[in-house]
Design a protein around this ligand. Structure first.
Ligand code: DC
Length: 225
């Protein structure tokens, strides 16, 4: 039986990464945080700013590899672990800005299709249920209130040693959500058949259990049980 795929989308700091990685661990599936791919390309563009190469070409020539590190997902860009470099506020904003470029999106979506073609993947991002894996049997749109998301992000950045005030975090988050949900190509929105989960007052474990319950039901349907 081919394992199913799980698509999780949602705005900034809705908990997609931590929840997605836990769901993947429980299912022994691969976990892919597609946000890291956009961040890695943003980082590449920023560090090669003087280059004459087109941004879309830089994205198309990028090679991504993953290490399933349980505490924090790790991405290798062109053979180098860049994971620690991807969370500064300027890279966050730039990743959202370059994600409006359709040529860049096309290259990254192609990589994502290649990774997911055998199933058995939990993929998180903004357009997974709508564009990347429209046939995924389990689609979740994860949200939480702006304040809950801002304070989670603030904590996360603090733990990564990034000094930024809660107000700045909130501002950056609102701006990124605006760019991500109003762009023309693959805007952030729930797929029509996605299950909405508001995690404002739920624990991580409670959300993980909810998603695992959907996976079980969907898996039985897909496999004719
Ligand atoms: O999930 P994240 O915050 O690490 O993502 C960084 C940016 O990448 C986000 O603001 C928009 C973009 N992104 C996207 O457009 N599509 C995806 N599937 C994942 C991320």
């Amino acid at each position: 039986m081919k394992p199913i795929s799980v698509a999780i989308d949602g705005p900034v700091s809705a908990g997609k990464s931590i929840i997605g990685s836990k769901v993947a661990a429980r299912l022994s599936y691969l976990f892919i945080d597609t946000g890291l791919m956009y961040r890695a390309v943003a980082w590449k563009i920023q560090t090669n700013f003087a280059s004459k190469k087109k941004w879309s070409e830089m994205a198309a020539l990028s090679k991504f590899e993953w290490r399933n590190n349980p505490s924090s997902p790790t991405i290798l860009l062109d053979g180098v672990d860049v994971s620690e470099k991807l969370f500064s506020p300027d890279i966050s904003l730039l990743s959202s800005q370059i994600a409006t470029n359709s040529e860049i999106r096309k290259s990254l979506v192609k990589c994502q299709h290649d990774i997911a073609k055998e199933g058995g993947v939990v993929m998180v991002g903004r357009d997974i249920g709508t564009v990347v894996l429209p046939d995924a049997p389990v689609k979740v749109f994860l949200t939480a209130s702006v304040d809950a998301r801002a304070s989670r992000r603030y904590q996360d950045l603090k733990e990564r040693g990034i000094n930024i005030s809660l107000d700045q975090v909130k501002e950056e988050m609102i701006e990124r959500d605006r760019i991500d949900s109003t762009r023309v190509d693959s805007p952030l929105k729930p797929a029509e058949d996605a299950v909405l989960i508001d995690s404002t007052t739920l624990s991580i474990e409670a959300v993980v259990e909810k998603i695992l319950a959907y996976v079980q039901t969907a898996g039985l349907k897909v496999h004719g049980g």
